[in-house]
Design a protein around this ligand. Sequence first.
Ligand SMILES: C=C1C[C@]23C[C@@]1(O)CC[C@H]2[C@@]12CC[C@H](O)[C@@](C)(C(=O)O1)[C@H]2[C@@H]3C(=O)O
Ligand SMILES: O=C(O)CCC(=O)C(=O)O
Ligand SMILES: [Fe+2]
Length: 348
Amino acid sequence: MHDLTSQPITMIDSSPPLLHHYGELTRLPPQIPTLECNDLPSGGAVMEEYCQLPLIDLSCLNSTNERERLACAEAICRASSEWGFFQVVNHGISPELVRNMRREQVKLFQTPFDKKATCGVLNNSYRWGTSTATCPKQFSWSEAFHIPLSRVSEQACYGEFSSLREVMMEFAAAMSKLSRVLAGVLAENLGHPRGVFENICQEINCFLRLNRYPACPISSEIFGLVPHTDSDFLTILSQDEVGGLQLMKDSKWVAVNPNRDALIVNVGDLFQVWSNDVYKSVEHKVVANGKTERYSIAYFLCPSFDSLVGSCMEPSIYRKFTFGEYRSQVQEDVKRTGRKIGLPRFLL
Ligand SMILES: C=C1C[C@]23C[C@@]1(O)CC[C@H]2[C@@]12CC[C@H](O)[C@@](C)(C(=O)O1)[C@H]2[C@@H]3C(=O)O
Ligand SMILES: O=C(O)CCC(=O)C(=O)O
Ligand SMILES: [Fe+2]
């Protein structure tokens, strides 16, 4: 990648070339022609409001008081229908474990770019930017390890990052447990057994996504992560104190203020299908930050690629499809159009 800057800058070699080489917004790397996009991914909604996402105290789920337990479950289900997002405190994941995971995440991303991109660590799960983008609005100013948890216990996956293995196993297990409790509450509300997702979503089919959003000095218009919905059942997100996550609510972008004690939960596309639109998979994005890098970790509750996904009630809004078919369709659409189309592709 040749130097895109018009003035020499100190090479910080842990960031991908584009994310620390920068010129005018229109000078994207050679492989990305700078075509203008007409349609903003989110239909041009630009308003931004600061309002508090529903904040739910999960200790109430274990209350000896039946009314308190029911009220907590009801708040989870209402937020999943009305917001598609909520925050949880007293979730059972220790601040120490979150701190240890963040420390390992920072260490991992500080590896020189060339090594991250070629060493194949963590199942060769390293990605950066958006190779299919044909204009700035389709580009994500971020890098990530999108780690399949199928081999999370295998030392060989960690290369020289041996200290990462134990922390990641503990963190993934804690996020897995929490995601299944929440999915169980949502399933039970629709008249299904609380344990239904134990069979649908085996731990080996789930993913942990480590995100890093380098400071972006070229424009406040650039996305850290483009507007999207998550291609899973449920996502649990741990974000640092920098902020930048926004979700769509009533055609307005709403910022999610960082809360060090909270984890963010959002419904994914597959839960919207399974619930026949009772629960909503809501568009969200990350705005880039001009001065400060940002880190987040997302746990994705997913079925196996050959799992058939369909509505749990009739008449079904969506046709049945496998998770593998869904992932392929998303990737094909992103390649062809620069954007994820997702569920509209699968309406009956
Ligand atoms: C949950 C996810 C869906 C996504 C990959 C990810 O793990 C996180 C980012 C999502 C995103 C956003 C932009 C694009 O629409 C997309 C195809 C991508 O490359 O990253 C989607 C991914 C997806 O839906 O597969
Ligand atoms: O980093 C964030 O706040 C959001 C990340 C996200 O949406 C994702 O990884 O799917
Ligand atoms: Fe997401």
